[in-house]
Design a protein around this ligand. Structure first.
Ligand SMILES: Cc1ncc(COP(=O)(O)O)c(C=O)c1O
Length: 447
């Protein structure tokens, strides 16, 4: 499976602190949702220590990254030392790729580890569009993380930012179609984001790709563990590359890592060479390349996570269902799959509090509850992307961004924590609504 190793092993690996992630979002929902069957609530036996990112003063921090404990991986670390292989698709990487393929995707195809999803996206986009792309645009939603746009820009493409569906928060099918009709051959690649682990309609992207000859690369950063409506792992059997993140803040938490899956084994073989400096022959570049390889210590973390991943995913799913049960008056994402790998719990504030998210977040913090604002500001609101992207009309993105915030979720969070968070959420919204009601409206003087 892996190609011959032609580069010297990497000697050391540093595990960085998880970087701060962006936050914020959107608008009113058209439909109520039902997906995500509720499994039983399983509280992990061993609560994890709070990570550096968690503020100690918070009773319930927003995220509590839980990579496997390095101190419990001595045996694997000794094995790495004994093997003398520290990178370059070594034994731990091979086991991780094989393990994810057989235990998560359970489908034909191949997996390729990468050092993070951002580099994975760059690699997959470059492979999809070729060295000299036929077009200059990368079609993507504005409601995504900076990495999606950065990856396209690094490939020399200009992001075309389109709107999202107001309910699923996935790229809006009509908006995408309109962009394809308007820009035609100038679109080099379509880069949909499976927002917050929600399942994209991959068959639709297949049809678009076939009809228009445009390659598709799926940004599935938060989707490892999500299951489609057909009961298969999200992406299973899909020939377009799907890029997943295994960052410490994701539910498949390591430190920094990512993975590309495709049902097209030939595509993965090419990506593997591209990720190793484009070496198609020993130490000879035969194609565009960079270094996207995952070190063996990081792969060991991935292997340990794989062992506990099903239990973690079920726990997170049960907690998510509890939130929805305890906050019936709030609007949640319309989930399209049979299961979502929840990273946190995004929710819309009531319409009368649109634009008041910062005050609600502050009111939650006063009660010891952490909250996040993911994908806010959305891409078209960020100065670098304003200067480097083309922006379509974004009514749903703007409306969603004005109301979205994300509530806490972690591997060790308990139902009692969720009670606290939900009560605090109600108090926070009431406080901000009361303050709003008592704020005198500016007087308009007519002349
Ligand atoms: C939508 C999306 N794409 C890409 C990435 C980048 O992932 P990584 O941190 O592994 O590079 C993220 C990270 O949160 C993300 O949310």
């Amino acid at each position: 499976m892996p190609i011959a190793i032609t580069q010297d092993p990497v000697a050391s690996v540093g595990l960085a602190q998880p970087p701060a992630q962006p936050l914020r979002a959107a608008r009113p929902s058209k439909r109520k949702r039902t997906a995500d069957a509720t499994p039983t609530l399983a509280v992990p036996e061993q609560p994890r220590p709070a990570a550096a990112e968690s503020k100690p003063s918070l009773r319930v921090p927003f995220l509590r990254p839980s990579p496997p404990r390095l101190s419990e991986l001595t045996e694997g670390l000794v094995a790495i030392e004994a093997s003398g292989v520290f990178s370059n698709y070594g034994p731990m990487n091979c086991r991780l790729e094989e393990g994810v393929l057989t235990r998560i995707f359970k489908s034909p195809g191949e997996c390729l580890t990468v050092c993070n999803a951002t580099i994975g996206l760059m690699l997959a986009i470059k492979q999809a569009v070729g060295w000299q792309p036929r077009g200059r645009y990368a079609l993507m939603p504005s409601f995504t993380f900076a990495a999606t746009a950065h990856a396209a820009l690094w490939c020399g493409l200009t992001p075309l930012l389109c709107d999202i569906d107001p309910d699923t928060w996935l790229p809006d099918a009509d908006a995408e179609q309109a962009m394809i009709e308007r820009h035609g051959d100038a679109i080099a690649v379509i880069l949909p984001n499976a927002t917050f682990g929600n399942c994209l309609d991959l068959a639709r992207y297949d049809r678009i790709s076939t009809a228009h000859g445009i390659p598709v690369v799926i940004d599935a950063a938060a989707s490892l563990g999500s299951v489609g409506a057909d009961g298969r792992a999200f992406g299973a059997g899909c020939a377009h590359p799907l890029v997943f993140s295994m960052h410490a803040t994701k539910s498949f938490a390591t430190a920094e890592a990512g993975l590309i899956y495709s049902a097209d084994a030939g595509r993965i073989a090419t990506l593997r060479m591209m990720g190793n400096f484009g070496f198609g022959e020993p130490r000879t570049a035969t194609m565009p390349g960079l270094n996207s390889k995952l070190g063996e210590v990081s792969a060991l973390l991935g292997l340990a996570k794989l062992d506990e991943f099903e239990r973690i995913t079920l726990h997170r799913q049960a907690i998510y269902a509890l939130y929805r049960q305890l906050l019936p008056e709030f609007e949640f994402q319309h989930l399209t799959g049979a299961r979502t790998a929840h990273q946190f719990v995004p929710v819309l504030l009531p319409a009368n509090l649109a634009g008041r998210v910062p005050e609600v977040v502050a009111a939650l913090a006063e009660q010891g509850i952490g909250a996040g604002r993911y994908f806010v500001p959305h891409l078209a609101e960020q100065s670098f992307f304003q200067a480097s992207c083309i922006v379509d009309a974004l009514p749903a993105t703007i409306a969603t961004s004005r109301r979205i915030l994300s509530l806490p979720l972690s591997d060790s969070i308990t139902p009692a924590d969720i009670d606290l968070v939900c009560s605090a959420m109600r108090r926070a919204c009431r406080k901000v609504a009361d303050a709003q009601a008592h704020t005198p409206r500016p007087m308009v003087l007519s002349t």
